[in-house]
Ligand binder design. Structure first.
Ligand code: ZN
Ligand code: ZN
Length: 312
């Protein structure tokens, strides 16, 4: 097939717009969309020091590439990458190496912190240990709490003003649908392109520049730009509920192209309404004082349970 815009050889069909695009037209469309997400939602200021949470996967690699291009036009801005090494034996090396080589190629300063050094344990050990608990949480929830904690603390030490994550359209609407099915309106109210914007200097706002980019397009972009990324999935990532929701959403999109964008739009309208109704309120943890939606933050909750050192 030929590109609908310039008649060169097409590399992708966009069913939702009825177009075929060649490499250069696709790259342009993709970058324009990310820039619009940033502009419309006011995700970045030209004086921001941004840290990309770089995992080694395709999503954060694309965020780093695009923000690096943008930062060249904003001389007062700064860009760094932070990688958290959770200590997952079957994953580790390929992800870390991909992250390192990408930063080297782009000339971006790269900081690596590990669960081992900061908490005195690894995710593998935590998962093993949690099997003895009466009600163990899924590995991803332990990992998420610790990773966010570490990322936030280190970013703060480095003077970072925004943390950019690789969440794409599919991640975002799967999460929205899961929260909707569970009836967790508070959680939906806390979603969005810019999260953690509360008056608390201990908490660094997180931005999601790829929030309007379908996952398959993020992957194609990474390949066309020849960005190094690892495609090994995390051995702990198989959440059965999320898998079901992903399949359902993909089926809807296949039969009714454009539905994914529509679900995101509806989610954003819902977020606005819920926030007006004071859903998703954030307070302070009674133990450590960090922002939390409950009485005690998730980190303090699991710290004792897992017997973590707290060097932070
Ligand atoms: Zn073209
Ligand atoms: Zn706490």
């Amino acid at each position: 097939m030929m590109c609908s815009r310039c008649n060169k050889k097409a590399v992708i069909e966009l069913k939702y717009s009825g177009e075929f695009l060649c490499k250069s037209c696709f790259l342009e469309l993709f970058e324009k969309r990310v820039r619009r997400t940033i502009r419309v939602n006011k995700l970045l200021k030209n004086t921001d020091k941004t840290a990309v949470a770089l995992s080694g996967g395709k999503d954060s690699a694309v965020v780093l590439y695009i923000l690096n291009e943008l930062s060249k036009k904003a001389p007062r801005s700064e860009l760094i990458a932070i990688t958290i090494d959770q200590g997952i034996e079957r994953l580790q090396k390929s992800g870390l190496n991909a992250a390192k080589s990408l930063c080297k190629k782009l000339g971006v300063e790269h900081y690596i912190y590990s669960f081992w050094e900061e908490f005195g344990t690894t995710l593998d050990e935590i998962v093993e240990g949690s099997k003895k608990l009466e009600n163990p949480a899924p590995a991803c929830s332990y990992c998420g709490v610790l990773r966010r904690k570490l990322l936030n603390e280190k970013a703060r030490e480095l003077g970072v003003t925004k943390i950019a994550t690789g969440h794409n359209l599919d991640d975002e609407i799967q999460t929205a649908m899961m929260n909707f099915i569970r009836g967790d309106l508070d959680r939906i109210a806390r979603m969005g392109p810019l999260v953690g914007v509360i008056k608390d200097k201990n908490f660094i706002p997180r931005i999601k520049p790829l929030r309007e980019c379908p996952e398959n397009e993020v992957e194609l972009y990474a390949r066309l730009r020849e960005l190094k990324f690892q495609s090994v999935r995390c051995p702990y990532s198989e959440d059965a509920f999320r898998r079901t929701v992903r399949e359902v959403v993909n089926t809807i999109e296949e039969r009714h192209p454009g539905s994914k964008f529509q679900i995101l739009k509806s989610t954003d309208r819902l977020i606005k309404t819920l926030r007006k109704k004071r859903f998703g309120k954030i307070g302070k943890c009674k133990i450590c004082g960090n922002p939390t939606s409950g009485e005690i933050c998730k980190f303090c909750e699991i710290k004792g349970e897992l017997g973590l050192d707290d060097y932070l």
